[in-house]
Design a protein around this ligand. Structure first.
Ligand SMILES: NC(=O)CC[C@H](N)C(=O)O
Length: 427
């Protein structure tokens, strides 16, 4: 969000006098400095608009979308999903939950703030590729370290632009998720690419094992003090949380640390018995890519931990919890991906604007008695959060850590702390 504010400041000088800015002078100096120091032309794109189409996106429904390439070249298959976030493409590119997917941004103008050193949500880009309407021909931001095109090329990720993202989004909304093949290779025929898209599937595939860490590690970084916004819920007491890494986003770890937790991150296959031996105050089941029904080993791990220690599930973690409690998950028509999804907290009655990224959901009707639906997605009524107070379980289908997205749901980390505190006091 701050990136957007700085970027706006470049376009509209009136934003220099934001009344609520903690330090307007600092903002002005940084903004002006960045406009001259980091304004870079994107290599290879300065010839626009004369670059001719050199890439194709072939969808499994037989449609062929001609486009211009940036980033890496080659041929790549993936499931196309659309993301409605207005800002935060770097966090989206580094969210491991996008493994196996092409992210199509509905915001038409991408790349204007480049990429920086601080907004990475993991150490790698796991997504299949990026599909955008228009790539910015210059980058201009005080934190910009390189252009989006260079960044993707270095990580061997394909991108295409000058493609009708509105038309593709309407198709996905109407017909549901579609598998596609992105290719810059002239030698491959349309028929070959179509065949590739039709013979590939993301359902039933364990994508977690490809993104989880290989060894346990301790995490200490909090949200940078310059960006911290929520000082409630901390009283100096440190709770030890073990976080299962199913593809964990760094901001989940930063927010837990900012809320006063000492954190150990463990691989997705780490035995539950090892965790319980460490006697943590709580266990977090993270977000992660793919089909929750394709990872029965993870559901078994969750089952072994439930009821023994307070737990918090986020996105994939929420889906695995739903299954471990005896419920079912199903694939949605086109899922939820974006930083602007309204959710109602049924306990408080408040509506949150949330960050979401999922294609699967828990069917609340399949859950046993005693499990409470705590949050509902207001766009389609789907289950957005669960609690099972008898076993100190809470979970959200969406992202309280945002990154990118609004901070409305950060209170959920505070609720997890309260849950751990309650159990510790009564122990
Ligand atoms: N962000 C996530 O954890 C995604 C969850 C799951 N892979 C889905 O698509 O529904």
């Amino acid at each position: 969000m701050a990136t957007a504010a700085f970027n706006l400041a470049l376009i509209n000088p009136s934003t220099f006098i934001l009344p609520k800015s903690p330090n307007p002078t600092k903002l002005r100096v940084r903004t002006l400095r960045c406009s001259s120091a980091t304004a870079n032309a994107v290599p290879g794109l300065s010839e626009r608009p004369w670059k001719t189409s050199d890439a194709r996106l072939v969808l499994e429904d037989g449609s062929i979308w001609r486009a211009k390439s940036f980033g890496a070249s080659g041929t790549q298959v993936g499931e196309v999903v659309f993301n409605t976030s207005l800002t935060g493409y770097q966090e989206i590119l580094t969210d491991p939950s996008y493994a196996g997917q092409f992210v199509l941004m509905t915001n038409p103008h991408i790349g204007n703030t480049g990429v920086n050193f601080d907004d990475e949500e993991s150490n790698q880009c796991f997504l299949g590729g990026l599909v955008i309407r228009s790539i910015s021909i210059s980058t201009s931001n005080w934190r910009c370290a390189e252009t989006l095109g260079d960044y993707l090329a270095e990580r061997n990720i394909m991108g295409i632009y000058d493609v009708d993202t509105r038309a593709i989004t309407r198709r996905l909304r109407q017909d549901g998720s579609l598998v596609g093949v992105l290719s810059t290779e002239e030698s491959k025929t349309d028929e070959e690419l179509l065949e590739m898209s039709r013979s590939w599937d993301i359902v039933g595939v364990d994508l977690i094992s490809g993104v989880s860490c290989k060894e346990p590690y301790e995490w200490v970084d909090k949200t940078n003090s310059e960006w911290e916004f929520n000082y409630s819920g901390r009283d100096g007491e440190a709770f030890h949380v073990v976080a299962y890494d199913f593809g964990i986003k760094h901001n989940i770890l930063r927010r837990l640390a900012s809320h006063g937790c000492k954190i150990t991150v463990v691989p997705s296959t780490w035995p539950a018995s090892e965790i319980l031996k460490r006697k943590p105050d709580g266990v977090l089941f993270s977000n992660g890519p793919g089909d929750p029904s394709a990872v029965p080993y993870a559901v078994e791990t969750v089952k072994e931990i439930l009821g023994k220690v307070p737990v918090f599930g986020i996105c994939m973690g929420h889906q695995l919890l739903g299954q471990a409690l005896g419920g079912k998950t199903f694939k949605m028509k086109f899922g939820h991906h974006g930083g602007n999804h309204p959710v109602r907290n049924l306990r408080s009655g408040h509506v949150e604007i949330s960050a979401q990224n999922h294609n699967y959901a828990v069917d609340p009707a399949s859950l046993p008695e005693g499990v409470e639906v705590t949050h509902v997605n207001l766009n389609d009524g789907s289950c957005a959060g669960l609690a099972y107070p008898a076993q100190n379980i809470m979970s959200l289908q969406y992202h309280p850590e945002a990154s990118p997205g609004p901070r409305d749901s950060d209170y959920a980390f505070g609720e997890f702390i309260k849950l751990m505190k309650k159990v510790k006091v009564n122990a």
